[in-house]
Ligand binder design. Structure first.
Ligand code: PEP
Ligand code: MG
Length: 539
């Protein structure tokens, strides 16, 4: 039995087997081997496993995105059957007594260079693919990254750290909890854990190499403790807590369908935050009155290329239709900082949170922005859509956005494509936006306060850095005054204001937010019913 402590980013208890995720990067070195036939057999088995992974990826992509996008995995499967490629690997093993992983690495590099040298865009694109398939086989051979879950039994994920795209690749039904050595309470992985209603601990100093897959563990999101290999008494106590939690949840279910208003009758719009189309089921399950933040960037990460206009249109339309005319606020691409997409080729930066991200990318690479806007304006016909722009710092940015929206609308009009220009608002998540909120309020339909970034930029505390958690005071007066200032500016211009950052779910502040005149709160789906109960108890 080991007990570790960490910082809880989402409450709740989980009991179940552990799945340890190994570090991602693998270094392969050349070695001389004795048993060449055994090495060949290992390569053959690894290729078989890679084919199975590609099969699963193909099916998942067809289901979630479409057949056209999934086709790349079929190409990868064919490449893994290519005779020249296979012969290069087996020859290196048999004739040079090269170790299996190095033989695959070398074949991958040789073929990749060969494709890259061909004067044809299609063949050049295959250079990346051959490297990709080789990496997949090497990963299986070295066992360095078996981050795909191979079990159907739900598990507690234990990892060094998780990127948002890694978190996304897991199926919710296979997960019980997240426990990471690094990561901070405000990271996007933590936010995803909350959306999925999973207990999560970060900053847990455990030695992953000492943990074994399948061992039972208890994650207690209340006390921030994880017990690895618990004894019977500890298990019994955890089971009792779990049952209590379940009973509390059932009590809250009675609030489904009830109004979200204070005792004196002030109505608050209680919306949910989501990251992808599948999350809509959590929104409906928890009876949210709308979606206050759809982080559209999750459509862009964990893939090889930008999503097309059609793909985005279909995703937005699906969310709007499932929400049946309830409000859906889709935020335009907020990529950069911790949310990365390799294919965008963004440079490494000294200060990514202060860098080339979000609206700055959209206003520079306007083709990307226009594609998203086309998809949004087209989808707007199918429901109650609002668009929201992230990381705004100036009036000029809003004016530029408006000009681009007008351009996109004119193009759709000229092409006789059905569209609608919906309500448009901005995120208030920089001190600059707060300070000029009176001017910004005249230009937009609504404000939504992103307290995660607003706190980061106001307190000068990197939200990703868990060493700073001791300095992070979410109730800091400076942040609360900023929210009040933005609320006053919005109301003076006759506009509404909401909060979609994590602070919106902080029930110690609910009464204060209502006093400030906050009109809407958008929170992780599992927080909807507890927050409704809190609002209904407010005077
Ligand atoms: C925020 O900054 O508070 C916010 C809601 O946006 P994100 O967490 O996606 O940066
Ligand atoms: Mg933000």
């Amino acid at each position: 039995m080991y007990q570790f402590e960490g910082k809880s980013v989402y409450q709740g208890i989980a009991i179940g087997p552990v799945k340890v995720l190994k570090p991602r990067s693998v270094t392969v070195t050349q070695e001389q081997i004795a048993d060449v036939e055994a090495a060949c057999a290992r390569v053959e088995a690894a290729i078989g496993e890679a084919q199975q992974e590609l099969d699963a990826l193909y099916d998942k992509t067809v289901e979630t995105v479409g057949e056209e996008e999934a086709a790349i995995f079929e190409v990868h499967q064919m490449m893994l059957e290519d005779e020249d490629y296979l012969e290069a690997i087996y020859t290196s093993i048999r004739e040079e007594k090269m170790n299996a992983a190095y033989a695959v690495l070398q074949a991958g590099n040789t073929f990749s260079e060969m494709f890259a040298a061909i004067d044809d865009a299609y063949m050049q694109a295959r250079a990346v693919d051959v490297k990709d398939i080789s990496q997949r086989v090497i990963r299986i051979l070295t066992g360095a990254n078996t981050n795909a879950l191979s079990t159907d039994e739900p598990v507690i994920i234990m990892a060094d750290d998780l990127t948002p795209s890694e978190t996304m690749q897991f199926e919710k039904e296979h997960l019980l909890a997240f426990v990471t050595v690094h990561g901070s309470a405000n990271s996007h992985t933590a936010i995803l854990a909350r959306t999925m209603n999973l207990p999560a601990l970060v900053g847990v100093s455990m030695d992953l190499s000492e943990l074994t897959d399948g061992t039972l563990a208890i994650v207690d999101g209340k006390s921030g403790i994880v017990i690895y290999d618990p004894d019977e008494k500890q298990l019994e106590e955890a089971r009792r807590e779990l049952a209590k939690e379940q009973a509390k949840k059932e009590l809250l279910l009675q609030l489904k369908g009830e109004k979200t208003q204070t005792k004196s009758g002030k109505k608050i719009n209680l919306y949910a935050n989501i990251g992808n189309v599948e999350d809509v089921s959590f929104v409906l399950e928890n009876d949210a009155e709308g979606i206050g933040l759809f982080r559209s960037e999750f459509l862009y990460i964990g893939r090889d290329a930008l999503p097309t206009e059609e793909e985005q249109y279909l995703a937005y339309r699906q969310v709007l239709e499932q929400m049946e005319n309830k409000k859906v606020i889709i935020r335009t691409l907020d990529i950069g900082a911790d949310k990365k997409a390799d294919y965008l080729g963004l440079e490494e930066e000294e200060n990514p949170a202060l860098g080339y991200r979000a609206i700055r990318i959209c206003l520079t690479q306007t083709d990307i922005f226009k594609t998203q806007l086309r998809a949004l304006l087209r989808a707007a016909v199918h429901g109650n859509l609002s668009i929201m722009y992230p990381m705004i710092i100036s009036v000029e940015e809003v004016e530029k956005i408006k000009a681009i929206v007008a351009e996109v609308a004119a193009e759709l009009e000229a092409q006789s494509v059905a569209y609608r220009i919906p309500e448009q608002g901005i995120m208030i998540e920089t001190p600059a936006a707060v300070m000029i909120s009176v001017r910004l309020a005249e230009l937009v339909d609504f404000f939504s306060v992103g307290t995660n970034d607003l706190t980061q930029y106001t307190l000068a505390i990197d939200r990703q850095n868990n060493r700073l958690d001791a300095f992070y005071e979410p109730h800091h007066e400076a942040v609360l005054r900023m929210i009040k200032m933005a609320a006053d500016a919005a109301h003076a211009a006759g506009k509404w204001i909401g909060i979609c950052g994590e602070l919106g779910a902080d029930m110690d502040l609910t009464e204060q937010f209502i006093e400030m005149g906050i009109d809407e709160l958008s929170v992780a789906p599992p927080m909807i019913l507890p927050l409704r109960a809190t609002i209904r108890a407010c005077e």
